[in-house]
Design a protein around this ligand. Structure first.
Ligand code: HEC
Length: 159
């Protein structure tokens, strides 16, 4: 979950706790409060409203947090790769050296699947993730420099 999301949940929880503390303080100082009310000096909102407002705020905060968490979080490496212009010919050389043993000389598939039209199945972010994550053995985790990854990406997009 993003920090912003956590912070907003945190703020809302803090507010709710403050409201609860205020409420119990009011309960404890009942006589005091009544005398304040008699004097007409009480600034407190109606206690009947405090709890529904806290709950509404909590639900609203939770929804905001979920929406924030659903935003794709793009890491700095991926952002850098996406900002670069790839060179497909260089990507081809990198592919032959690192990927062709498994995916075939022309990416038609071997140990690994065919990569033809792979950019129609996977987004650019997903293709980068596939190469650098190592999440699907036996495909290893590669650590290309951002420019090399941009070149490879350009090549993959032409398959
Ligand atoms: C040791 C063999 C191996 C090597 C080397 C390898 N791969 Fe893979 N690759 C695989 C296998 C196996 C899969 C299928 C993984 C799965 O989804 O379970 C795969 C999946 C992929 C996919 C996803 C295909 C799809 O349709 O979802 C991409 C993209 C890919 N590899 C790119 C590369 C690139 C680029 C390189 C070189 C930098 C590379 N692979 C090197 C074995 C390999």
């Amino acid at each position: 979950m993003s920090n912003e999301g956590l912070n907003s949940v945190n703020n809302i929880l803090t507010d709710v706790v403050k409201d609860q503390v205020k409420e119990s303080a009011q309960a404890g100082n009942h006589h005091h409060m009544i005398s304040d009310e008699v004097k007409g000096t009480s600034q407190d909102p109606s206690p009947n409203l405090v709890r529904p407002i806290s709950i509404a705020a909590l639900i609203f905060g939770a929804i905001v947090a979920i929406l924030l968490a659903m935003q794709p979080q793009i890491d700095p490496y991926t952002q850098t790769v996406l900002s670069l212009t790839g060179d497909a010919a260089n990507g081809r050389s990198i592919f032959v050296m690192n990927c062709a043993d498994c995916h075939g000389q022309w990416a038609g598939g071997k140990v690994g699947p065919s990569l033809h039209s792979v950019s129609g199945r996977l987004s650019r972010v997903e293709m980068i993730h596939q190469v650098v994550s190592g999440e699907t053995p036996p495909m290893p985790m590669f650590q290309p420099k951002p420019q090399e990854m941009a070149d490879l990406l350009k090549y993959l997009e032409k398959l």
